[in-house]
Ligand binder design. Structure first.
Ligand SMILES: Cc1cc2nc3c(=O)[nH]c(=O)nc-3n(C[C@H](O)[C@H](O)[C@H](O)COP(=O)(O)OP(=O)(O)OC[C@H]3O[C@@H](n4cnc5c(N)ncnc54)[C@H](O)[C@@H]3O)c2cc1C
Length: 397
């Protein structure tokens, strides 16, 4: 076992940390106050700076214009960038584009790569991933109502999706739709690229999530596909392989998310310590930091963050060395464990800030609202716990 971080990665992490601290964290008050769209010109300038520093698209392949970091290296990067909600976006490695890049790179035709992959990696366009449906359980997505029927040389798509993150302003969606209704459940659906200016692609609304509908990249849309017609050449990967490809997309994606959450925890812990050390709570000048209960929260948070980090890096290592299938248990374990640590640490930090924690004068309330979803997307806690336990029980019997 070697916990050494290479010199190259130490340098990358140092540069990124400095950038997040100096360029992005100061933008957060504006980010919390304004419509995200208003911030785009300023963020475009930050993106330009990142490109100039050759730190753009850390996880994407070199041949497409990224840094080509491996999964463990990108895990370390994801933690640093996660310290600010703007980090991943400004460095060109934000979800859901990151996952879409991976599958376009692996399954895209040359024409699809030219038209969608290269401008996506370059940050010239954005995309969304449109799988979850309003009336069907996302936890069991083989139950899917959206259909794509062949007609002439086209697919005609009909269905109602929601939670298509970042669809507002995206150039295209990767849509999951049933193409082979008579095949076994896991081979019924396919992934199809749908440009968002196609007639029949109707963005109904940005859903209000925890009181905030958001805009542009920071939003989650409901989309109605109504006789939405795209050429059959827009099929991504083999027909019927939608769930096979989706599964591949989720493995590394969970590493990215978990490390991002650890970055959030680290930031929350820093804020918690700073506030505890500064906040005077007695007439004789004692601070919150003198109280054992606060000290226990700090120590427990530090221990949980470190456990979460090591578990996640280990899962990344296992995916890299043995493949995502061999790492199924580890991926499920981190998904619910790190989401739980995230919720606990952000909650403690908010509590230490008292009334201030509930305001948007710090980033904590944003984290509290927006990151509650960590226990739901990419597989709800219960689904991951159940699948790990089932496999363990099978091995035992
Ligand atoms: C912020 C956010 C962003 C998202 N982004 C995207 C996106 O970009 N693209 C996309 O397609 N989707 C996205 N989603 C949707 C997400 O993938 C689904 O919400 C998720 O898969 C759960 O599906 P559901 O909401 O239909 O809940 P359901 O499947 O109805 O499940 C509801 C609850 O039931 C429980 N449950 C479910 N199954 C079991 C079981 N077997 N045993 C015990 N309990 C169970 C769990 O507690 C679960 O939370 C996003 C969701 C959120 C909140």
């Amino acid at each position: 076992m070697d916990f050494q971080v290479s010199e190259k990665m130490q340098a990358v992490i140092a540069m990124m940390t400095e950038f997040v601290d100096k360029e992005l964290i100061p933008l957060e008050p504006e980010f919390l106050r304004k419509d995200f769209r208003e911030l785009l010109p300023e963020l475009a300038e930050k993106r330009r700076m990142v490109k100039q520093m050759e730190l753009w698209a850390p996880n994407h392949p070199r041949e497409c214009g990224g840094m080509g970091l491996n999964l463990m290296e990108h895990g370390l990067v994801s933690e640093v960038l996660g310290r600010s909600p703007l980090g991943h976006y400004v460095f060109g490695c934000q979800a859901p584009d990151a996952g879409n890049v991976e599958i376009l790179h692996k399954y895209g035709t040359e024409a699809q790569k030219e038209k969608y992959l290269l401008p996506l990696v370059a940050g010239e366009i954005r995309s969304c991933f449109s799988m979850t449906e309003v009336d069907m359980p996302g936890s069991n997505p083989v139950m899917m109502d959206t259909t794509a029927v062949k007609e002439g040389g086209d697919y005609v798509i009909n269905g109602q999706k929601w939670y298509s993150t970042a669809a507002d302003g995206a150039a295209f969606a990767i849509v999951m739709a049933v193409t082979n209704p008579d095949d076994p459940p896991h081979l019924r659906a396919s992934m199809i690229i749908v440009p968002t200016d196609t007639p029949g692609f109707n963005l109904v609304r940005n859903i209000s999530v925890m009181g905030h509908a958001g805009s542009d990249y920071f939003s989650h849309a409901e989309i109605l596909y109504q006789s939405c017609r795209v050429p059959q050449a827009n099929l991504l990967g083999p027909e019927g392989w939608g769930f096979v490809i989706a599964q591949e997309r989720l493995g590394p994606g969970r590493i990215h998310h978990c490390m991002r959450w650890i970055g959030i925890c680290q930031r929350a812990l820093e804020l918690m310590c700073r506030r505890a050390a500064k906040r005077v709570i007695t007439m004789d000048g004692k601070t919150l930091a003198t109280r054992q209960i606060i000290q226990a929260w700090i120590a427990e948070s530090a221990a949980e963050i470190q456990a979460a980090r090591l578990m996640t890096l280990h899962a990344a290592w296992k995916i890299e060395t043995l493949g995502a299938k061999a790492a199924r248990d580890e991926i499920s374990l981190i998904k619910f464990y790190v989401a739980d640590v995230l919720q606990k640490v952000v909650d403690r930090a908010l509590q230490v800030h008292g009334g201030l924690g509930m305001t948007d004068d710090t980033i904590l309330a944003f984290f509290y609202r927006h990151e509650r979803a960590a226990r739901i997307y990419d597989g709800a806690d219960e689904v991951h716990k159940m699948s790990v336990a089932k496999r363990m029980l099978k091995r035992t019997s």
